[in-house]
Write a protein that binds this ligand. Structure first.
Ligand code: SAH
Length: 201
């Protein structure tokens, strides 16, 4: 499956043109292992080493659509993995801080982003469940690993007024994306579709 085919299949589910353009512009093949490059434009998660996976393009697009990143926004990406999702977000906002627990993945993500010519992502190594207080507040926070039962309180606290947070949350057997919007000191939380991510450690 090529890039055009992926785009036309995404069009049936994603209506945000900015998000579609961002997906079209980012070479996913540069964020997967070279031996998997031929599968890069299949709408599937793929292995990226360290037991982790790069998210499925549809899910990346859905999460970007939910987050509504604006051109002047400062965005935090938690569980940066291969750097692909951060690369898509980077096309939609001013700057992305990506945080990844696995130092080797973080190093590779930084390298892939540089190779793809994306210069508005800062990759950090560490525990993203604590957010990145030094850079807070963020206009949008994207979490690509599943929180158990609770949305990590540090993340909601690091949202700017009007800020959005999208995070997979597991309750019982099921995981759903939760979209949080901060208005003043109020948090509006909305359940979106069912998903499957690796656990947030
Ligand atoms: N967004 C990535 C895919 C993420 S897979 C991409 O586009 O490729 C989930 C990632 O979350 C894994 O790389 C895992 O190492 C990372 N992770 C899990 N718990 C974490 C934590 N507490 N802080 C930061 N990263 C974490």
């Amino acid at each position: 499956m090529g890039r055009d085919k992926l785009l036309s299949s995404l069009r049936s589910r994603i209506s945000d043109e900015r998000v579609l353009a961002a997906i079209a512009a980012v070479p996913r093949s540069q964020f997967v292992d070279p031996e998997m490059a031929s599968a890069a434009y299949v709408d599937m998660p793929l292995r990226i080493g360290g037991g982790q996976t790069i998210s499925q393009p549809t899910i990346v697009a859905r999460m970007c659509e939910a987050l509504q990143p604006q051109p002047s926004d400062r965005v935090l990406d938690i569980g940066t993995g291969s750097g692909y999702h951060a690369a898509v977000l980077a096309r939609l906002c001013a700057h992305v801080w990506g945080i990844e627990l696995d130092p080797q993945l973080a190093m590779r993500a930084a390298r892939s982003l540089a190779r793809a010519g994306i210069d508005n992502v800062t990759v950090l190594t560490g525990d993203g469940s604590l957010g990145v207080p030094e850079q807070a507040p963020f206009d949008a926070i994207n979490v690509a690993a599943t929180a158990r039962e609770e949305i990590p309180p540090a993340l909601e606290a690091q949202l700017a007024p009007g800020g959005r947070l999208v995070v997979p949350v597991a309750r019982g057997r099921y995981e759903h994306l939760v979209l949080v919007r901060r208005e003043g000191d109020e948090f509006e939380r909305r359940l979106l579709e069912r998903v499957r991510f690796v656990p947030l450690r």
